[in-house]
Design a binder for this molecule. Sequence first.
Ligand SMILES: Cc1cc2nc3c(=O)[nH]c(=O)nc-3n(C[C@H](O)[C@H](O)[C@H](O)COP(=O)(O)O)c2cc1C
Length: 255
Amino acid sequence: MTDKSPEWSQAGVAGCVDQVLRSRRSVRAYKPDPVPQDLVLEILQAAASAPSNSNTQPWRAHVLTGAPMKALGDALVAAFQNGNFPPPAHFPDPLPQVFCTRQDDFAVRYYASLGIERKDMAARASQTQRNFSFFGAPVGLIFSIDARLSAHSWLDLGLFVQNVMIAAKARGIDTCPQVSFARFHTVIASHLQMPVEEVTACGMAMGFADASAAVNQMQMPRQRVEEFVRLFGFESAAKLSAQPCPAREIDTWPE
Ligand SMILES: Cc1cc2nc3c(=O)[nH]c(=O)nc-3n(C[C@H](O)[C@H](O)[C@H](O)COP(=O)(O)O)c2cc1C
């Protein structure tokens, strides 16, 4: 809110921002409608307001549509089908139990929404492969970062990526963040002619959700605030646990 927008009450702004935050979800089926270039750039420019350590702004975004996007997707599918890629590095092995439990819960919901039996590895692989066509979205993004940077700069990149999703959602555009691309850095780097010091962090599908697709109806639960917050010096921690956790408003954002 700025001095130029006195008509916006603080509560109105909070309601609006919360609405965008709560209505964002990972969308994995899209309408074919294009997202205009100007709109994509507007979203990325707004996202670049993300904070970063000493304002180092370590994010890089490679934005694809049309033939280049299809060419990259085809190369990734070929690599995926050849088994020509390293094992996943985005989670440790073993994954600590608490996270394993949540990951399992995600998988149950995900495959149920697609009508895929968990034991049907071929159907699961085919769904995983859909990542590489950005789930049919008209725009695909690859986010990279200078590989010489450390975990703290990856945090900066994460803030930027979240900003992209929120700035998109505020404009009625849906997204899905995708770590699936990270294993295929070699293929991606060669297609996008990335500088040698850059590494692929993740990708993102961007477009207009196909509201009729069952996979887009998934509602992923979140921990209640008292489950992940510890209070120090506040009046009463008991008050916190008495507060109801607001339901995640999934369907209230105007289409
Ligand atoms: C860094 C990151 C990487 C992700 N990678 C993938 C992915 O490769 N494929 C996918 O379908 N979803 C991916 N997701 C989406 C998560 O599954 C999703 O955020 C989570 O289940 C919560 O659901 P929601 O985004 O709809 O709230 C990723 C999310 C994040 C934040």
